[in-house]
Design a protein around this ligand. Sequence first.
Ligand SMILES: Nc1ncnc2c1ncn2[C@@H]1O[C@H](COP(=O)(O)OP(=O)(O)OP(=O)(O)O)[C@@H](O)[C@H]1O
Ligand SMILES: [Mg+2]
Length: 370
Amino acid sequence: MNREPSVTVDTIIQQGGKLKGQGLYGCVWSPPLLTVKNTAVKNKKGVTTLGKVTEYSEVAKEIELSKFLSKFPETTDYCLLPDIKSISKIRPLSQQKDEDIKDCLAFERYDLNNMYQFHIQDGGITLREKLGRLKTDIHTFDFFKFVQQILEIGAFLILHGCIHNDMHSSNIVMDTNYKPRVIDFGRAYMYNTITETTVSELNARYSPQLRHITPESTAFDGVTDGVDIEQIYRDLYSMKETIKVIEQVLGVSRQAQIQEFRNFWKTSVCAQAEDWLTLHRLYWTVVDSWAIGNIIIQILKRFKMSKTFLQSSEWKEKGTIIQSVLKGLLRTSPYYRYDALEALAMYDPSNAFVNSESGRAWLSKKKSFV
Ligand SMILES: Nc1ncnc2c1ncn2[C@@H]1O[C@H](COP(=O)(O)OP(=O)(O)OP(=O)(O)O)[C@@H](O)[C@H]1O
Ligand SMILES: [Mg+2]
């Protein structure tokens, strides 16, 4: 199916659409569903518009970030965010025309009177799906370019004081040119507005198996759920797949990783005082970098099974540096962990982000801090 019809600016009559994807909180339709307000879709050349339908409280979080980030023209190179003007309540399901309507699980979970839709540019298929389709042919995916692109996404976000906070392979979409962009800002926040309220909203159920969640967030969720810290260390050891993969791919033993985290937790004044606000304010820069490290290492683990990949001139040239970058991104202690810009500076020193005024200021501030 060609998802990118080359239409010039025109208006597509709303007709209700096919279910393109769904997450825990919402469903995404192509074309968008029928809404109460007549929100006609304007497609620019080569751009398709989707409709994301979700419960109001979820929309609100995405809107907040969108209001801020949409001020920067380069945002669309790295992130796809709601088109704020398009927000509207959806029409009753009985008026929707598509059969897929019954497949959207969020409609069973939420009050339909509180479901809103916004338009968002179609960024292609998720990284998760893309990798699934690459099983037989890894050569179509430029791993080395991808590492740079995903670090650039991370660098863009921290330079603007944003934490996405839910970066995993179903929240990264890739277009036909393999350009990755991050979606789903439902758990995102801004560093300069971190308050006790932010922290309590971020507090989630203890789920040590979640690979993209940092060890310190897992510990925060565990301690606030009443789990003993020694048990949390054991769960990180045995349940966090990322920690196992770090051992397999980078050769850092699980024991050493847990020891590093234990040392951090024991010596961190805010962790010991359960001062979660300070913990979040101090280490916001390395939340997404852990998740980015997790994405890269999962792909690398797969690619390293290919002889062709291991024998490629690019791996020979960049393999050592990629492994050092990954070790930095995946330090279990947030104190030692690299942020995305530091990692980018190592991987691609001539990168525009690294050499920009804000990038250089960021990196020299970091150096003086450590
Ligand atoms: N802009 C987009 N371009 C392409 N596909 C998209 C886009 N936005 C969403 N999707 C698809 O819809 C799915 C669900 O969207 P999204 O992640 O925003 O919803 P969610 O319910 O908030 O998810 P989660 O459960 O991760 O919180 C995505 O995983 C993806 O398959
Ligand atoms: Mg999602």
